[in-house]
Each structure stands twice: as structure tokens, then as C-alpha cells.
Ligand binder design. Structure first.
Ligand SMILES: Cc1cc2nc3c(=O)[nH]c(=O)nc-3n(C[C@H](O)[C@H](O)[C@H](O)COP(=O)(O)OP(=O)(O)OC[C@H]3O[C@@H](n4cnc5c(N)ncnc54)[C@H](O)[C@@H]3O)c2cc1C
Ligand SMILES: *[C@@H]1O[C@H](CO)[C@@H](O)[C@H](O)[C@H]1NC(C)=O
Length: 492
């Protein structure tokens, strides 16, 4: 019933007439991406009148958001949107295969109880999944989807409350108004700047290729390759298509101009570290399919303090995509908001004080799941990029030691931990299934101590003082890896 571009197709009720003719609603959402669509459907089911504004309703073609963790799939289920994972040629994901310097270990998502089914993630073409979510929004009588490019927020000059947006629809200027305006325009958000105290920082990019009929050592698993090169991710996204994402930090020597740039790095460093069976498809993709890149950003979240406004999704909070957690965070945010902004708790969204109060609760409560995913992504990336330069800050004391050697000691400890079968809970954390920050903390430091043990065993007994000094440095490095990200979560 809802249609695009403001074409009037008849009104089902007064609220729809207000949306179409007067451009007014309870909630206005900028961006029909992962978060925007899920939120539109969810709030509309609670009887809110929703306007969903999207720049382009064509199927997106991007290299992001292609592997959904089981915790994201569970959130979709709770929102009644699980169907969006079907009929898009999606692939079931049972866990990860981590290969460290060529030694693989398979890690599965943990079962809730021994008798429950093993949780599973899904990988797919991002655009197909987004189109399913958009169809779900279009099918809601309380949502009107409009294809329009939002150009500005409209604010009240006295109170600076956000009242709505200005936009351009097919070359003509337009306005929409609502009690609550949601900024969910993604990683390059144009509208967060004035309201979000932090700016995204990217120290590396993911470069992506799509391989045809690639052979993987463990089909049904996400493949992570670490050790000799910056992290590489491989996962099937359709019956015939397989995505490979290759991290390239700023200033990586093997990707310098003298060494043939990015293509040189892919040929000389990435190719030899791939499993033998995957190389033919990779070489073929390198020759024949487009190479694309995206920045890998880190953006701490911040409390929404502006009346009439709510920033969500990648516009609010980003972490390195190494662990594929972005969509899981976004969908769990929607689940939490469904509770906090329900008509029972906030009868009228025009009551901006009550909304602000609930957004403050949201900010703290979301940390249960978002901080686990954020810290894990950043810490694992710091560890496996094994490049001191990717760490947030390196206090002077670390000048006394070779930070990269310490990171390698921690890598060995981490991989050893996986090998001895300790990956159940960490995989639960990564999959968005275990929403307990303290469990992450405990595992991280168990890994740190295991690394010290591995270091100690490498030194003869008469060099014990040196070994102990080395342990202190390794432990210090572990702290430098994780504490800055933990502090972001606790204080911001
Ligand atoms: C390289 C990479 C790989 C990733 N891989 C994964 C992964 O495997 N798993 C995972 O869970 N997450 C992954 N992520 C993160 C994930 O892609 C994001 O967290 C997720 O897409 C965020 O959803 P969103 O709704 O906030 O933004 P988006 O999905 O980007 O949606 C934003 C929408 O806003 C629209 N828009 C923008 N500006 C305007 C405007 N002015 N007017 C109207 N509309 C506008 C856009 O057209 C778009 O439709 C990855 C990220 C990167 C960078
Ligand atoms: C639409 O909103 C009305 C209230 O305005 C509500 O009663 C109804 O359940 C909603 N419909 C759907 C399908 O969500």
C-alpha cells in the first residue's frame, strides 16, 4: 500500500494521510539500511506512525554487512524479522576456522545447553538482505517509505530541539517533521557531526574481492587468516560467490608503491598465505573482478542529549569489522529500544524529557552487548595486526621493548588457548550470544597469562630474570591492547 516518491495511492487512515500530505509522523528515520528498516518495522508494530526516508531504494551493492552472527539472527527472530534471512541464497555459518601461520583450528558457536541446537549465523549478499528488510518495512501499514535525499536537520532556533529534516526529492526541496528524528545514515553519516562528540578513526581498510566457486577448507565456516599478513576474512555469501576481505593498515610496506601497491600486496603477500585450494579462485578474481575498499573505523558511542533526536547504527558506534559485529549490535539496539520506547513506558514521543531519560538508560544498558563486541573486535585486531602502530596509544615505557614481539607472544598465547579447546565462551562473546563484559575481561587476561607461560618456557632457567622482564613487557602490552577500549566503554 505504501509507495514511493510521494505518489498518493489512497489513505488507509488519518495517520497515513498526515504522513503523505502533511509530511508528519511520530518517528522519522533517515536511512533504510540495517538499523533504519528494523527500527521502522518495530516501532510501527507498537502503533507509532513512521516515516522512513532513503536516498536510494535500489538494491545496495556493497562489501559490508555480509556475515550475521547468531546473536544478530536471534535479535531478528525476536523482532519477527527472521524471514528476511530466507530466499536470499544465504549460507549457514557454524563458526570460524582460524588459521595462524598456516595452522588451522575450527571454532564453533557454543550451544546454550548440551541438548539445545547449535546456534548458527548466516552470510549473504548484503544488498539482498537489505531489500528483504525494506520489503518488510513497505509491508507495514504504519510505515511510509519515501525515496528522498535528506540534506539537513530542521531545528527550533530557541530550544535547538530537532523538529524534522529538509530533503531533496527528485530535484525539488521538501520537508518532513516528527516528534523523534532518528539519524541512521550509516558509517559516513552526514548528520552526526554536530551532535556526536567523537569522530571515526580508521587505521586500516578492508579491500574486498568476490570469488566465483571458490573452494574453502571448511565450508560453512568463516575463515580467518592471521600470522604472516594483516588479517584476512573469507566467507561464502551465496551458492557460487565467496567474499574475501583483506586488511591493509596505513603505510603497510608490502602495499607501498615500490612493491606494486595494493595489487602487489594481494599477489605477493596475500596469495601465498591462502589455503592452496582457494588460490585459483582468488587469482581469477584478482584478474577479472573489481577490487573495492572500505575504511575500518572505530567510533565510541555517545549519549543522545538533544531533544527530538536519536543517533543509531553506524552513525552512533563503530568497531573494526574483523569480528563481523556491526549488524548484531544494530539489531540488538532495536530490541532494547522496543522495550525502552514502548507505548507503556513513553505514551507520547512528543514528551521529549521522558524520551531523553529513556535514551540515557539505553546508552548504559546497550553496553551489555555492544561493549563486548566493540572491545573484542578492537583488541583482536590490535593483537593480530601485530603492529604497534595500530594501538590507540603507546606510553613511553613501551619504548623500552619491541612492542611487535610482545604482540606476537600474545598471539601465540591466544592461538594456544583456542587449540586447547577454550574457545567456547569466546565464540559466544564474538557471536553476540554471551552478553557479559566481565566474561570477556576474564578470558582476555587468561590469554595474557597463558602467553606469559609460553614466553617463560622459551627461556632457559639461568636467564630467568630476563624472562621475567620479558613477561612484564608482554603483560604491559596486553594492558595497552585492551584498556583504552575498555575505558572508552566505561567512561563515554
Ligand atoms: C568492510 C566492512 C565489513 C563489514 N562486515 C560486516 C559483517 O560481516 N557483519 C556485520 O554484522 N557487520 C559488518 N560490517 C558493519 C555493518 O556493515 C554495519 O554495522 C551496518 O551496515 C550498519 O547499519 P546502518 O543501518 O547503521 O547503516 P547502513 O546499513 O549503511 O544504512 C544507512 C542507509 O542510510 C542511507 N542514507 C545515507 N545518507 C542518506 C541521506 N542523506 N538521505 C537518505 N538516506 C541516506 C543509505 O543509503 C543507507 O541505505 C562491516 C563494515 C565494514 C566497513
Ligand atoms: C498500526 O498502528 C495502529 C495504531 O495506530 C495499531 O493499532 C496497529 O496494530 C498497527 N498495525 C500494525 C500492522 O502494526
Amino acid at each position: 500500500m505504501s509507495s514511493v516518491n510521494g505518489h498518493v495511492t489512497g489513505f488507509s487512515d488519518a495517520a497515513e494521510r498526515r504522513r503523505r500530505l502533511h509530511h508528519e509522523a511520530d518517528v522519522l528515520i533517515i536511512g533504510a539500511g540495517i538499523l533504519g528498516c528494523a527500527l521502522a518495522v518495530t516501532l510501527s508494530k507498537q502503533g507509532r506512525s513512521v516515516l522512513l526516508l532513503e536516498n536510494s531504494l535500489k538494491e545496495p551493492d556493497r562489501i559490508v554487512g555480509e556475515l550475521m552472527q547468531p546473536g544478530g539472527a536471534q535479535a531478528l527472530e525476536q523482532l519477527g524479522l527472521r524471514d528476511c534471512l530466507e530466499d536470499i541464497d544465504s549460507i549457514r555459518v557454524h563458526g570460524y576456522r582460524v588459521s595462524y601461520h598456516g595452522n588451522p583450528v575450527n571454532l564453533e558457536y557454543p550451544k546454550d545447553t548440551p541438548s539445545s541446537p547449535r546456534p548458527e549465523g548466516r552470510s549473504f549478499h548484503h544488498g539482498r538482505f537489505v531489500m528483504k528488510l525494506r520489503q518488510a518495512a513497505l509491508a507495514c501499514p504504519n510505515v511510509t517509505v519515501v525515496e528522498t535525499k535528506v540534506t539537513d536537520l530542521v531545528t527550533c532556533s530557541h530550544t535547538s530541539q530537532v523538529l524534522g529534516v529538509e530533503c531533496v526529492t527528485k530535484d525539488s526541496r521538501d520537508c518532513y517533521f516528527a516528534h523523534l528524528t532518528v539519524v541512521s545514515d550509516g558509517c559516513h553519516s552526514k548528520f552526526r557531526k554536530a551532535y556526536h562528540p567523537y569522530i571515526p578513526k580508521a587505521r586500516s581498510k578492508f579491500w574486498g574481492l568476490e570469488m566465483r566457486d571458490a573452494k574453502l577448507p571448511s565450508p560453512g565456516y568463516g575463515h580467518v587468516i592471521v600470522g604472516d599478513v594483516p588479517p584476512i576474512l573469507i566467507y561464502q555469501i551465496g551458492t557460487h560467490e565467496t567474499r574475501i576481505l583483506m586488511d591493509i593498515p596505513e603505510g603497510l610496506p608490502s602495499a607501498s608503491v615500490q612493491n606494486g601497491g595494493v595489487k602487489g600486496h594481494l599477489r605477493n603477500a596475500v596469495l601465498p598465505s591462502l589455503p592452496e585450494c582457494t588460490r585459483p579462485a582468488f587469482l581469477d578474481a584478482l584478474e577479472n573482478s573489481p577490487l573495492r575498499s572500505m575504511p575500518n573505523s572505530f567510533l565510541p558511542s555517545s549519549r543522545n542529549k538533544t531533544r527530538g533526536l536519536m543517533i543509531l547504527g553506524d552513525a552512533l558506534n563503530m568497531r573494526h569489522p574483523l569480528t563481523g559485529g556491526g549488524m548484531t549490535v544494530a539489531l540488538n539496539d532495536v530490541v532494547l529500544l522496543r522495550e525502552l520506547l514502548s507505548p507503556e513506558k513513553v505514551p507520547n514521543l512528543a514528551d521529549t524529557s521522558k524520551v531523553l531519560n529513556q535514551l540515557s538508560n539505553f546508552h548504559w544498558r546497550r553496553k551489555n552487548f555492544s561493549s563486548v563486541i566493540n572491545i573484542l573486535a578492537q583488541a583482536l585486531y590490535s593483537l593480530f595486526a601485530a603492529d604497534g602502530k595500530t594501538l590507540i596509544s603507546i606510553p613511553p615505557i613501551t619504548k623500552l621493548t619491541k612492542i611487535d614481539d610482545n604482540l606476537r607472544a600474545l598471539q601465540r598465547g591466544c592461538f594456544r588457548y583456542f587449540q586447547i579447546g577454550m574457545a567456547g565462551e569466546p565464540m559466544g562473546l564474538l557471536g553476540g550470544l554471551l552478553q557479559q563484559p566481565f566474561v570477556l575481561f576474564r578470558h582476555f587476561f587468561t590469554v595474557a597469562f597463558l602467553s606469559l607461560w609460553v614466553v617463560l618456557k622459551e627461556w632457559p632457567i639461568y636467564l630467568a630474570p630476563v624472562a621475567i622482564l620479558r613477561c612484564i613487557m608482554v603483560f604491559w602490552t596486553a594492558c595497552v591492547v585492551i584498556f583504552p577500549y575498555m575505558l572508552w566503554e566505561v567512561w563515554c
